[in-house]
Design a protein. Structure first.
Length: 364
């Protein structure tokens, strides 16, 4: 398992897949996605079951590179035959019986998938799952969630297990970081959890990742037209990466996030005024107007923080929209892919010394 510079936590949906697909190949080489499997809600002939279609879409988007696979909760808001089939497939994969047998079997013939441990079932089921997946020889991902008290009640099942020389990617997922939450408090919780887990685990070549998202759930309440919002997950990472207790314990922290997606469960989003988002390295800018997506795109292009040297696909799509080509861009969905693509590109190259663009040239 080869680890990279940036570890985005994604869910395999159409917007995320399109954003990843349109990253330049050198940028894809810098990231290692942790992708939650979700059954796509629409059927397409010749592309298999809901789970098979979802997996194939992301495999193609990431050009066959290895990535970590996790599981999302089954969707309950759709009741078509296809959606029900997808929900049943996910439920089977979440079944902890026989050491998560169905989940483990999914990886047997997919050499490029790195398994993420599922914290369901009792200690014996979890330990059986770990032992079974270790035999694949690809490494393991342990994802520990803040909302579940860092899964301490489950990870203790591994107290007596020795990972030997296996590669371990251990993700401390802060999930949604709200605007009023104290980053120092969150940081203290992460630091304590890191030190505790580091003492629980035995053996293994460990890489520790901090992940989270402060992307907002609504925008009209922040400002009806414009805002420049800090990436609080990046601020939290900067707070922790030089923490003396972590450094003394030999813990080096890597950066991950939820790729500019709201990370908590919420009801379907209200379809408000057209909005175009523009990620910088350390913030999100949005322009929102009832005059249409084309006007919002022009406002983004004219923003003082617009970087005219940025040549990734998402930035080019904003340019072509400003130039009058709005094909396929008159709903919010495509703009989500554009935002995700720019954000993934920015974070992958954060701190890079590269001075020349790697993307294709664009015509204005």
């Amino acid at each position: 398992m080869e680890f990279k510079r940036y570890f985005p936590c994604l869910t395999i949906r159409e917007a995320e897949s399109r954003a990843v697909e349109n990253l330049a190949s050198p940028t894809k080489d810098l990231i290692f996605p942790i992708a939650k499997l979700q059954a796509w809600p629409r059927k397409k002939e010749g592309e298999g079951t809901p789970i098979e279609r979802s997996l194939k879409a992301f495999e193609d988007a990431y050009s066959g590179r290895p990535f970590a696979l996790d599981l999302s909760k089954p969707r309950t808001d759709l009741d078509t035959d296809w959606a029900i089939q997808g929900r049943n497939e996910l439920s089977q994969l979440l079944d902890p019986s026989n050491g998560h047998e169905q989940w483990c079997r999914l990886f047997l013939d997919r050499q490029h998938l790195i398994p993420t441990i599922q914290w369901t079932g009792d200690s014996n089921e979890i330990l059986g799952q770990v032992q079974r997946l270790e035999q694949l020889g690809r490494g393991l991902v342990l994802r520990l969630r803040r909302t579940e008290n860092w899964n301490f009640d489950k990870i203790t099942a591994l107290t007596t297990h020795n990972f030997k020389s296996n590669n371990l990617l251990v993700i401390f997922d802060c999930e949604q970081i709200e605007p009023r939450e104290d980053l120092t408090v969150i940081g203290t919780s992460v630091q304590n959890a890191l030190l505790s887990v580091n003492s629980i685990l035995s053996g293994g070549n460990r890489t520790y990742v901090l992940a989270g998202s402060s992307f907002p759930s609504s925008f009209a309440d922040i400002h009806p037209e414009y805002a420049n919002l800090p990436l609080r997950e990046r601020q939290l990472f900067d707070l922790l990466k030089l923490s003396p207790p972590l450094l003394q314990a030999g813990i080096s922290l890597e950066y991950g996030d939820h790729a500019s997606v709201y990370a908590a469960d919420r009801p379907p989003a209200f379809r408000g005024a057209p909005r175009v988002d523009y990620p910088t390295a350390t913030s999100w800018i949005y322009h929102r107007t009832r005059d249409g997506f084309d006007v919002a795109a022009k406002k983004v292009r004219n923003d003082p923080l617009w970087d005219d040297s940025l040549l990734c696909w998402g930035a080019q799509r904003i340019r072509t929209a400003v130039g009058g080509n709005m094909t396929g861009l008159n709903s919010q969905g495509p703009w989500v892919s554009i935002r995700l693509n720019i954000h993934l590109h920015r974070q992958a190259h954060m701190g890079s010394d590269a001075t020349t663009p790697i993307e294709e040239d664009w015509e204005d």
